[in-house]
Design a protein around this ligand. Structure first.
Ligand code: ADP
Ligand code: MG
Length: 607
């Protein structure tokens, strides 16, 4: 009888492993730069060509390798950094799996030149697809110079999935940031071809932060950073947070643990809570927060890409993060509530944070087709939806809001709408509100919240009817996910499909996104999916109903017209009409007021 189970040849095993460790050029950059840091380098130069698809080169002045070590380094699980399993818990160096070089050499053409300080001659090795083609002694600088050419040259399926040069470069830049932000004591440079992208001298952390942002942004950075610090028995924490007035739609948000970048949606939430009422919705503060914690209290080994960590005491850390950020914002005299030019009593808080929100059942006018904008010649025929009646006494209603009290547009109302032709002028105010004069005063509609409500209802309907409109994408994006997220996605795959997402399993840690809902812009897909996952991670998913609402909420909120967007008249009208077709048009799905009225009396009183 002959054996049927053979050990996988190393080259195959390495290729499989490479799929986990090396997802794109940025992963190579990360691994090589981390190795250089581990080797004690003080100067690290990174050169990229064509977004890393043709060349990634990392040159360091670290301790280098002996000839034997240089050869050994490309074996799987060859690492000089741990010898026993227990060492995994006291990891202080960046890499520890001994997988990176073997993986890279399995899927690229690699040249290495390396020399230790006390050796006269260095070593040159050429290796491609796990096969060594050349090994010889050479004279070279002290340290290590590693070239990775034609990544995925032997895995065409993966090479095809590389994105545009700009996108890959962006990923590389992100990885670069995550590393240089913890090592101000090392000088780094990044070149895109011959072009110098960053040249970062050895400095303090604060100056490193300022240096990373281009000259115009640098000054801003200097003004906005507030130091934070906390020392507790559980962990110590330091870093900088941005002043709220510098919050932006996209900002720089980083957590680091023991010198390692970490993604942590839960702690992110803690920071965001500290900024509550200080920043506009949809904007984010910059933050750079560094944890030092006993490695025994974390499990780094949860994800191969090593950016997701589990902590033993997440709840307590959450409170520490929140309190520390809050304290700093207070200490540096950030006003408790900043005036964003919004009329003070416009936003009546109806729910306390913990009150469960009851969702009204959505029901639609059967004649009304939200997908068919062509069938509504809105701009030609103005209609009055009889909303004045609905808003008499809206404020008292607001205080004791219950879904049962809301009045849907009944048949009578509908009819009066169709008949009325009175022209309503709509005016946009502060790129945030739509203003309309009504019988009882002046009505403000929050444009973002209104659209949020409209989209939410639309998406819920789509889920209920199980038919989303999907558009195929030309270049599928790849959604990388942790094990937890992978499980979550598998669970909600049907719902995503009903909404128009077409996801396909791509390796063990990713999905490729082949189709997206018809009105989702390219480029917004991954953030949207991330948002859905984040939302679901936070919700207790007991009932399908809750799952559906979470997904619809995340999607709708992110697709909704943002505050600050200037709207055309026709857009305002559309929004206006759509909003009043929603059964629940006064509140967003998460319980925020959409409409407020400044009464005639209030206006009169001012005169
Ligand atoms: P790991 O970093 O997890 O140990 P790698 O595959 O990244 O695994 O590297 C394997 C080994 O090669 C490292 O443990 C280290 O001894 C050596 N090595 C890699 N890069 C360098 C470098 N730039 N300078 C010196 N030694 C290096
Ligand atoms: Mg390594």
């Amino acid at each position: 009888m002959s054996d049927i189970i053979n050990l996988l040849p190393d080259s195959v095993a390495n290729q499989i492993a490479a799929g986990e460790v090396i997802q794109r050029p940025a992963s190579v950059v990360k691994e090589l730069v981390e190795n250089a840091i581990d080797a004690g380098a003080k100067n690290i130069k990174v050169v990229i060509k064509d977004g890393g698809s043709t060349l990634i080169q990392v040159i360091d002045d670290g301790k280098g390798m002996s000839q034997t070590d240089a050869r050994m380094a490309f074996e799987r699980h060859a690492t000089s950094k741990i010898t026993r399993a227990e060492d995994l818990f006291s990891i202080r160096t960046m890499g520890f799996r001994g997988e990176a070089l073997a993986s890279i050499a399995a899927v690229a053409q690699v040249e290495i030149r390396t020399r230790q300080e006390d050796s006269e001659l260095g070593t040159y090795i050429e290796i491609a697809g796990s096969r060594v083609f050349k090994q010889e002694s050479i004279s070279c600088d002290k340290g290590t110079n590693l070239l990775v050419k034609n990544l995925f040259f032997n895995v065409p399926a993966r090479r095809r999935f590389l994105k545009t040069v700009a996108t890959e470069m962006m990923h590389i830049r992100n990885e670069f940031f995550r590393i240089v932000l913890v090592h101000p004591d090392i000088s780094f440079s990044l070149f895109d071809g011959d072009k110098e992208v960053y040249q970062l001298p050895i400095t303090s952390l604060k100056l490193r932060l300022e240096f990373l942002f281009d000259s115009t942004a640098r000054k801003k950075m200097d003004q906005q950073l507030l130091p934070i610090e906390a020392n507790t028995t559980l962990l110590s924490l330091k870093g900088f947070v941005g002043r709220p007035e510098f919050a932006q739609k996209s900002s720089h948000q980083y957590f680091f643990v023991n010198g390692r970048y970490m993604r942590h949606p839960y702690f992110h939430k803690a920071v965001m809570v500290a900024y509550e009422n200080l920043i506009k919705p949809g904007e984010y503060p910059n933050y750079f927060i560094y944890f030092e914690i006993d490695p025994a209290a974390i499990d780094i080994n949860v994800h191969p890409a090593k950016t997701e960590l589990k902590f033993e005491n997440e709840k307590a850390i959450w409170s520490i993060v929140l309190a520390t950020v809050k304290e700093s914002l207070g200490k540096f005299q950030v006003a408790p509530t900043l005036d964003f030019d919004q009329p003070a009593d416009l936003d009546i808080p109806v729910f306390s944070r913990n009150t469960p929100i009851s969702y009204p059942k959505t029901s639609f006018n059967p004649e009304y087709n939200p997908f068919d904008t062509a069938s509504k010649p809105l701009s030609k025929k103005r209609v009055d939806y009889g909303w004045e009646k609905l808003y008499d006494g809206v404020k008292s209603l607001a205080h004791e809001f219950e879904s049962s009290q809301l009045q849907p547009l009944d048949a009578e109302n509908q009819q009066s709408m169709e008949l009325a032709t009175e022209t309503k002028e709509l005016l946009q105010f502060k790129s945030k509100y739509i203003l309309s004069s009504i019988k009882s005063g002046l009505m403000f509609i929050d444009q973002h919240r209104a659209h949020f409500r409209i989209l939410f209802d639309r998406l819920m309907k789509q889920i209920e009817q199980r038919k989303g409109i999907s558009q195929r994408v030309l270049f599928p994006e790849v959604l990388e996910a942790s094990a937890n997220e992978m499980a979550l996605i598998a669970e909600i795959l049907p719902e995503l499909q009903w909404l128009g997402f077409d996801l396909e399993l791509f390796g063990t840690n990713a999905y490729s996104v082949n189709g997206v809902p018809a009105d989702v812009e390219q480029g917004r897909v991954l953030p949207l999916l991330r948002e859905i996952l984040a939302q679901l991670t936070e919700t207790e998913l007991t009932a399908k109903e809750t799952v559906h609402k979470s997904i619809a909420t995340a999607l709708a909120k992110n697709m909704a017209i943002p505050t600050g967007k200037v709207l055309k008249n026709t857009e305002m009208e559309q929004l206006f009409t759509d909003l009043f077709h929603c059964v629940q048009h006064q509140y967003t799905p998460d319980g925020k007021l959409i409409i407020a009225i400044v009464s005639n009396e209030e206006i009169e009183r001012k005169f």
